[in-house]
Ligand binder design. Sequence first.
Ligand code: FAD
Length: 432
Amino acid sequence: MTAALSPEHRAASVARMAAEPFDIVVVGGGVTGTGAALDAATRGLSVALIEATDYAAGASSKSSKLIHGGLRYLEMLDFGLVREALTERGLLLTRLAPHLVRPVPFLWPLTHRLWERPYVGAGLLLYDTMGGRRAVPRSRHLSRTRALEVAPALRPDALVGGVQFYDAQEDDARMVACLARTAAGHGAAMATRVAMVGLLTLTPSGRVTGIRASDLLNGTDLQIGARHVVLATGAWTGAGVESAEGELQVRPSKGGLLTRTEKSVLFVIPWGEHWLIGDTDTEWPYDPGHPAASRADIDYLLAKVNHMLREPLTADDIEGVFSGLRPLVAAGAGRGGAGADTTKLSREHSVDSSVPGLSVIAGGKYTTYRVMARDLIDAAVRDLAPGSGGTGATTAAVGAIPASRTVGPGCQSPRSTGCSAAMAPMSPACLT
Ligand SMILES: Cc1cc2nc3c(=O)[nH]c(=O)nc-3n(C[C@H](O)[C@H](O)[C@H](O)COP(=O)(O)OP(=O)(O)OC[C@H]3O[C@@H](n4cnc5c(N)ncnc54)[C@H](O)[C@@H]3O)c2cc1C
């Protein structure tokens, strides 16, 4: 079975989709959908995945590229979410994708004397403990002089000291491409530029038996039969594909990337020779296909980061801007009112299987994609064979070899991974 997502693989996949019914049809080629296709394929189920544009075209190429527990959620006392995400971080670093995920150091600049160091230090000690002993190096306290050596771009009067801690980083789009290839290698039929336009249902039971789709390369209509359909369409959930998407409602929250701010944590993340600075967290009630950073978003981020920098950045220093939509679960699932601030909405995920033959997932975060994929396919398997439990894939992404066999964390050469781009060496980052 080849893992190459070639034109030949697409053509063969589309031909299979037109001809044979599948156990599972996955709609959406972000990290959740490709993860679900991989999970299902490694359980021995026959799987097809369609993606309307390209792999990772949605939020999965527009994240902050962090595989993290989320210090913000620790402060919100969401221990379950942090623990789950840190467990996934450890698995990704050591087993699932050690060639794609690597530790990255952050500096938390301290700006208040007395109370802040014990407060931040205790939080990071808990974070390290929850993350396990060997996943990433432990946090360490720094004097102001040492913090400025670590992050010389900071204004000396902007901090009184610092704490260095570690999280992990990946190239989000590349990881999705590797997951898609791994799923294809396990027999999944995968096709981009195929969009779902509706559900096939049985009358009068209303059971979903497949999807209606359009091959966007040639305009051909497709009917893809499925014993169970799973929707992993992120911010598109509920957008224009009939009403049979169950009770889940998504509230797209826009994040644009260009230290702690009033609205969310602001990261300055090393990215090759560049910085990723972000991000925002505001509601986006418009077309999910075209989230855009506004001038106000950019000014807000520049003002916040300049507060800390020795040499202020201007709009001329910006080399690119991108924004994506977090598919946050809205009020219907009981996690915050329709008017609630999106920063307060939970990053937990929900699976809705209220329509027979259909499961829909929303919420979650990139870091926990494997758990989301597992829960989604568990729901499908329960429908296919009531009473049966799931297993959940812990299959390594194509190209992975265990961390113990690599030179250093994530140091395997891109050629040997079979994936396209190399990740640049990391340098320290800062966060407040
Ligand atoms: C600015 C920002 C920063 C973030 N940073 C982080 C971070 O650092 N760490 C972290 O863990 N998480 C982060 N997240 C969250 C994370 O990016 C998302 O939770 C995750 O990528 C969502 O993946 P998904 O597969 O569910 O959705 P998406 O990646 O949006 O995928 C949905 C896919 O469905 C396809 N689709 C839609 N409709 C159809 C249809 N009808 N037919 C076929 N295909 C269809 C779309 O084209 C799209 O590719 C961030 C999010 C944002 C916006």
